[in-house]
Design a binder for this molecule. Structure first.
Ligand SMILES: Nc1nc2c(c(=O)[nH]1)N[C@H]1C(S)=C(S)[C@@H](COP(=O)(O)O)O[C@H]1N2
Ligand SMILES: [Mo]
Length: 374
């Protein structure tokens, strides 16, 4: 048994967003944590990832095999909880169910490991049409709050697409995965909601249905507005698709709602934030900022970090922008992002019971603007 112990309480936390937007690559200690159960402590030397289902060769891969028998691939990508920005939906639109995430349930890291497609190639997938099939991931050692293991799935054709960069990550930012982020191996599915990036991965199944796990079927879905409470939501869970790709988004990290900001004679402050592309349509190509409730917009400067041989399409951009504000109380700044395919961030998202995929304009409200020298 490679399952040693499990911390009891699910660890859920996010850093201050002002801190998050100060570094293009999110350091381990600044990364958010999202867990539906305790954190398993796994002995990597005994750990195996089983690959089965609609495959010709069932595989039982050790961590050494994952590292040595397959080409290692680097991906810089955002990992974002589908509940990121839930607090904004809850306070700006209406009450929702779920952890009260601010704007920092997201991180941009460099991940390294074998491509899932290379592993599936070795297993030899046996399905007539990859468009109708799924790849399910599981961590069978993690007892969760709503199910007795954690699991999720993505479409098989996405897993097989070389340019979709789905990997089984063994490293984060050049080091072995930290225990809380899935040591010794997790799935990394660029542009797809964090819920499918299964940590402490021990089982991959090629199958004709989606994962039957609670977190695929009964959570992480954008329910229609008619689903107003748990009871009225019930009939919709089977009908609404599982959330996969996340929408174009941007957030203001500095200043924050309620801050007092100091301006010189020019009335200018520097606003900073991050912006995320929609699904496959990255990178973000434009971020605009407004200090007059959206009447006029100024282009922000985008900060990328090019990495040789690594696609820039999955990562965030950080942005900074000089913004002119008038002295007084109740000032507001807005941000909106556009990605390479022309998807533009919407003013507000539609309310949904679970408060997922919020992507309305970034906003810093109730700013008090005071002069530098009084
Ligand atoms: N085994 C397992 N994998 C998991 C989860 C979990 O609870 N257990 N949470 C998922 C969710 S909802 C998110 S948003 C990401 C969070 O990853 P992190 O904790 O490394 O930030 O992991 C996903 N993978
Ligand atoms: Mo999540």
């Amino acid at each position: 048994m490679n399952y040693l112990e499990q911390d009891d309480e699910p660890l859920n936390r996010e850093p201050p967003v002002s801190k998050l937007v100060s570094s293009f690559i999110t350091e381990e200690k600044e990364g958010y944590d999202r867990n539906h159960g305790g954190i398993p402590h796994i002995d990597a030397s005994k750990h195996r990832v089983r690959v089965d289902g609609a495959v010709q060769n069932v595989l039982d891969l050790s961590v050494d095999q994952l590292r040595n028998d397959f080409k290692q691939h680097d991906v810089v990508c955002v990992l974002q909880c589908a509940g990121n920005r839930r607090h904004t939906m809850r306070t700006r639109l209406d009450e929702v169910q779920g952890i009260d995430w601010g704007d920092a349930a997201v991180m941009n890291c460099k991940w390294r490991g074998p491509r899932l497609r290379d592993i599936l190639e070795k297993a030899v997938v046996q399905v007539d049409n990859s468009e109708d099939a799924h790849v399910a991931f599981a961590c069978s050692t993690q007892q969760c709050q709503e199910d007795d293991y954690y699991g999720g799935s993505i479409k098989l054709d996405r897993a097989l697409r070389e340019d979709a960069d789905v990997i089984l990550a063994l490293e984060m930012n050049g080091k072995p995965l930290p225990v809380n982020h899935g040591y010794p191996v997790r799935v990394v599915t660029p542009a797809i909601a964090g819920a499918r990036a299964v940590k402490w991965l021990d089982h991959i199944t090629v199958q004709l249905e989606e994962s039957s796990n609670f977190y695929q079927q009964h959570d992480y879905k954008v329910l229609p507005p008619e689903a107003k409470d748990s009871e009225s939501a019930e009939p919709f869970w089977d009908k609404v698709p599982a959330l996969q790709e996340m929408p174009v988004n941007s957030v203001i990290g500095v200043p924050q709602t309620g801050d007092t900001v100091t301006v010189g004679d020019d009335g200018v402050i520097i606003a900073k934030g991050y912006a995320l592309p929609s699904g496959d349509d990255g990178p973000v190509t434009r971020v605009e900022v407004s200090s007059d409730d959206g009447a006029t917009w100024t282009d922000a400067q985008l900060i990328h970090r090019a990495d040789e041989n690594v696609s820039s399409k999955w990562s965030w951009v950080l942005w900074r922008c000089e913004v002119k504000l008038t002295l007084g109380e109740g000032r507001r700044i807005l941000s909106r992002a556009t990605d390479a395919k022309g998807n533009v961030q919407e003013t507000q998202s539609q309310w949904n019971l679970r408060g997922v995929a919020y992507s309305g304009y970034g906003e810093a409200r109730d700013l008090a603007v005071v002069p530098e020298h009084r």
